[in-house]
Design a protein around this ligand. Sequence first.
Ligand SMILES: Cc1cc2nc3c(=O)[nH]c(=O)nc-3n(C[C@H](O)[C@H](O)[C@H](O)COP(=O)(O)OP(=O)(O)OC[C@H]3O[C@@H](n4cnc5c(N)ncnc54)[C@H](O)[C@@H]3O)c2cc1C
Length: 576
Amino acid sequence: MTYTAPIDGLRFALRHHAGLGDPAAPDGVAAPDDDTLAALLTEAGRFAVARMVPLYRIADREGARLVAGEVQTTTGFKALYQDWIEGGWNAVMAPEEHGGMALPLSVGTALLEIWTSANMAFMLGPVLTQAAVEVLLAHADEKLRAAWIEPLVAGTITATMALTEPQAGSDLGALRTRAEPAGDGTYRLFGQKIFISWGEHDLTENIVHLVLARLPDAAPGSKGISLFLVPKILPDGSRNDLHCTGIEHKLGIHGSPTCAMSFGDAAGAVGWLVGASHRGLACMFTMMNRARLATGMQGVAIAELACQQATAFAAERRQGLDEAGHPAAIDAHPDVRRMLRSLRAATLAGRAIAFTTAGCIDRAEHSHDPAEVARAALLTPMAKAHCGELGVAAASLNIQLHGGMGYVEETGAAQLLRDVRIVPIYEGTNGIQAIDLVQRKVRRDGGAAARAEIARLRQAAMASEGSNSLAGVAPRLLQAAAALEQATDWLLAPQRSEPECLANATAYLTLFATAIAGGYLAAALVAAEAEGPDVGGPKAPDDFAAITRFYAAQSLPTCASLASIVTEGAASVLES
Ligand SMILES: Cc1cc2nc3c(=O)[nH]c(=O)nc-3n(C[C@H](O)[C@H](O)[C@H](O)COP(=O)(O)OP(=O)(O)OC[C@H]3O[C@@H](n4cnc5c(N)ncnc54)[C@H](O)[C@@H]3O)c2cc1C
């Protein structure tokens, strides 16, 4: 597999989707200047290509293995992990006082795209550790923070999120793991967790599990859940009462061990409470926006990889004749051009949504402006679900473009689809994201945040009217805005029942994300053109205008059909 980090595309996304370094907002989110950013991304790209890409296929072929209760990671992962932490990459997002670079989330999102394209299975581990650091920074007491944050940032230990149980997946209120106070400020945990990514491995000696469990006096359901820090090796060096009972044989990301974990087979696994008792879910929700965005980014990263692979294959593979009667590379055929442009459009649209969301989260955390907070909350389920779906669609189309060679394992095209297929499932299934969008993000505030986004879409349409390179885009954007508004009004009508609203929540999420991605692409290009060549900021990728026109012609028309599914399709789902 080959991969080139799309440095220019990422710099453009940071500037014109995330709004980093916007001269109109001089007191905005602090970020490195453009040259420093370019150097950072280039260095991250070098590491990805030299150290991570070579293990992408090996990890898939070998997978992680459980041997005598210990998980052995795939050949090369141990040395890669050492290089990863010695290079300081594990720490880039952490606060400076803990040895990090305190980069904004938007920059972390760009780095994450590069590393995830290069090796998605490996990157899952560091992403979870980073999420654990955020949880501990926000909720743990001084003692826990002092003991655990530094080694987690340095990467000498890793972390997991141990939420799921056999009977408690989407519905975490059903979880049964128990935590009993030991009387000395610690707790003893008893229970079974499943599907715990990087729950056991040989990259570091110690692993910290952030475990959701119930205290004896807990109320039933999601209000009675608390969060505990449970290390594999206790501070006195002894082994805690927890172990991995099995690893899953799964469709993709074979290099990432997905573990069944047993806590408390003997006297109970020693743990410490993080945050207030019974507030475990709330603690986890503080990092939910970031974790969901990181998951969506996996879709963008795989779409970029699929796009690069398809482009190279289509230039090489010869079938049929060109107009002059010579053997043609398949990229000369109109239907293959359509596939290549669809792949590129999926990548750029996903990146537009993800980086716009990252910029909103950065500004929301920086300013606490309620409008930015509401916008970040609105965009997050779309970033998770839609970017994930775009990644799956792109990986599937990449197989199609390869013909028979896509269906055999040799080319690696199949691995992309197997790997990315998890994205719509974990970190809250896409169905749950759609419900979140409709219920909590659109209906709860009477549509205020949604209407603000629709207004932005109309502004993008008006702005693109003046751009020669966006001929024909404005009317499509206006039609998409009208479709989104119609579906939003329908959902907000007082007589609408909850089942009616949720029956086609997924279609609504797709409609919303498809429409606004078109607006983001157009607005970014208009802004870049307005800056002109003298500003010296990142330039739009060469094909950006053509892909935006392609997206307007091929993707935006689907908004009208999606709106009619939302407004007319509920009965077809609900009737018996
Ligand atoms: C490879 C892998 C890695 C994972 N890593 C981790 C990890 O590190 N830590 C961790 O804690 N978990 C992890 N998970 C678990 C993952 O988060 C869950 O699988 C996911 O939340 C879905 O839960 P479930 O599998 O029980 O599906 P279910 O909740 O049973 O859902 C089945 C279907 O029903 C739908 N559904 C469920 N409830 C509703 C509802 N109320 N309304 C509408 N539709 C609904 C879902 O959308 C889905 O389509 C991982 C899973 C996998 C496969």
